[in-house]
Design a protein around this ligand. Structure first.
Ligand code: SF4
Ligand code: SF4
Length: 173
């Protein structure tokens, strides 16, 4: 008889817990239909920052990020030179990235940041390759404007060179 009463009491308390939890606010997120906000310091796919004022990417193609990367994730093609340099291509191999942030810390030009993008898994190996148009803030449009700006700045720089550096019939360095 004692066992029976104990069992009944246990059942009752168990049902009481269930009943109480029925009325509590739900905490379950129905991912992927619902998504929680990404914390500001989350390290997802990195991105190249767009500078609205200068109408160019901040990246100057110095390769410091690529040199700091321990797993050889980053490669780039430099565009222009000197103070007006940038990149015409910037590729990252996601398959090798360990989201360590070293590339961001190595950049002295405020040009590269870890972003909030996740859900990067794929069954295709080539889906691991992200090009400049995928990485630049503003995408293809930003890359196009960046190239235009750098080319304009290069032309202006060339024009502003003193005549002495352009001897008649000679070649500019
Ligand atoms: S992202 Fe920064 S460190 Fe990397 S090439 Fe561009 S300017 Fe240099
Ligand atoms: S986060 Fe780390 S592994 Fe990924 S590209 Fe930057 S330095 Fe390389």
């Amino acid at each position: 008889m004692t066992y029976f009463i104990d069992g009944l009491a246990t059942l009752f308390f168990g049902m009481l817990v269930t009943w109480r939890n029925l009325w509590r606010p739900k905490v379950t997120v129905r991912y992927p239909y619902q998504k929680r906000p990404v914390p500001p310091r989350y390290r997802g796919l990195f991105y190249l920052k767009w500078n609205e004022e200068k109408q160019r990417l901040n990246c100057v193609g110095c390769t410091l990020c690529a040199q700091a990367c321990p797993t050889d994730v980053i490669s780039m093609v430099k565009l222009g030179k000197g103070t007006n340099a940038s990149v015409s291509e910037f590729t990252m191999d996601l398959g090798r990235c360990m989201f360590c942030n070293l590339c961001v810390e190595a950049c002295p030009f405020d040009a590269i940041y870890m972003g909030p993008v996740y859900e990067l898994a794929s069954e295709r190996r080539d889906a691991c390759l992200f090009r400049i148009t995928d990485l630049a803030q503003g995408g293809e449009e930003a890359v196009r404007k960046n190239i235009e700006t750098i080319q304009r700045l290069m032309a202006e720089e060339e024009k502003a060179k003193p005549a002495a550096t352009h001897p008649a019939g000679g070649h500019a360095e």
